[in-house]
Design a protein around this ligand. Sequence first.
Ligand code: NAP
Length: 287
Amino acid sequence: MLEVKSTTGLVALIGYPVGHSLSPLMQNAAFASAGLDLVYLAFAVAPPDLPAALAGLKALGFMGANVTVPHKEAVIKYLDAVEPIAARIGAVNTIVNKDGRLTGYNTDAGGFLRSLREAGFDPAGKQAVILGAGGAARAVAFALAGAGCAALTIANRTLEKAGCLAAELTGLKVPVGACNLQEEELRPRIEGADLVVNATSAGMAPAVEAVPLPAAWLNSRQWVYDLVYNPLETKFLRQARQRGCRVISGLGMLLYQGAAAFTLWTGKTAPVEVMRNVLLKATGEPM
Ligand SMILES: NC(=O)c1ccc[n+]([C@@H]2O[C@H](COP(=O)([O-])OP(=O)(O)OC[C@H]3O[C@@H](n4cnc5c(N)ncnc54)[C@H](OP(=O)(O)O)[C@@H]3O)[C@@H](O)[C@H]2O)c1
């Protein structure tokens, strides 16, 4: 049982909603395992209340916070500093409060890359297609471009958003294209890809029957990564596995973005296996 004392340090999750988040379970288990007198609490903060919530972090002396949908981009203008990778991505998911100064970081991009490499895929020199152009797709796109991908395609339901993200990536010296999800545009790009990343919310509970594209477009030499982790194996990932693709679920990215945030707040190496086991248990996977 967690013992909250008058000395206990505080870390927040700020989002809207936050009830679905596995981060409180994961981070509190990590703090306990590392013997730290810290507690992680989730706060549902409606968009108009975001500046007050950040002022509250300072006033109440929180050590830091995670930031989730829909605040990852909006939060930037209320911070005292933003580290370069987060500034380039244009999204912050972790805040550190040092002596009343709030600094923003993005651990989603590094978390994605670490999980991809752990699974056995090195993006250097590879062709990748990212489905989606929202906050998660931004982090994935900058991560892959920074890791030396040979070419990237951003494919999104709303073409304009894909075009904007592709334009922002042009300075990174990786050829980047943009298209919509229609077969005539997307299928040839999918067929030529080494890696396909679903960074849309298609397939996320409760709409578990949705898929971002037909599995018939995939082939067995490809890797397919689905950022969705609820359910752990989406319909898209199951179909990709049945086509012979190597598949990766969103759990690893969730784990490693959390591990990096833990280190930013505490200065310590995160107890990754404790955190992984909490996530596997919470998502109903055998350990
Ligand atoms: N594993 C992790 O650690 C991790 C981290 C972050 C996010 N995620 C997951 O990644 C997903 C996206 O998150 P986000 O923060 O980027 O959300 P977001 O900013 O709201 O963006 C959602 C994206 O999904 C697209 N989309 C939504 N429904 C769709 C559908 N039925 N068919 C095709 N495209 C659809 C949207 O297209 P339009 O632009 O056309 O609307 C947009 O590109 C979520 O499922 C989230 O849980 C996982």
